[in-house]
Ligand binder design. Structure first.
Ligand code: CUA
Length: 130
């Protein structure tokens, strides 16, 4: 009686497993799909003479984000060649830059639009981690 009961239990479990997998609802698969449908994270960055705020951001490798750029005074640049980022930030406008960093490291985004005496030191540190 006891043996019979256990056999029945495992058979039911095996059927439930097969149904789950064939329905495409296996948890790992499900999690991947859910993640792919999430909208990218938006990170707001403000530019003003002669700094970006925040001055350091950290992104995850392989994860798409949108950098939402605004300027509080005049036109600034936003440039990082290894990340394929090259934007101008004009006052009174919002500039969205989509980025999916693929290599871990520390990158420097510079203002490449002359904006005054401190222009050469206007930078943002962008860390990419796993
Ligand atoms: Cu800001 Cu150059």
């Amino acid at each position: 009686m006891k043996t019979y009961f256990r056999r029945g239990f495992f058979a039911e479990f095996a059927i439930a497993f097969a149904v789950t997998v064939s329905a495409g609802a296996w948890p790992e698969n499900y999690a991947t799909q859910a993640h792919a449908n999430e909208p990218p994270q938006v990170i707001e960055i403000k530019a003003k003479k002669f700094e970006f705020s925040p001055s350091t951001i950290t992104l995850k490798a392989g994860q798409p984000v949108i950098l939402r750029l605004t300027s509080e005074d005049r036109t600034h640049g936003f440039f990082a060649k290894p990340l394929n980022i090259d934007a101008d930030i004009e006052p009174g406008k919002t500039t969205d830059v989509a980025v999916t960093p693929d290599a871990v490291g520390e990158y420097v985004v510079i203002c490449d639009h002359y904006c005054g005496i401190g222009h050469g030191n206007m930078k943002l540190t962008l860390n990419v981690v796993n």
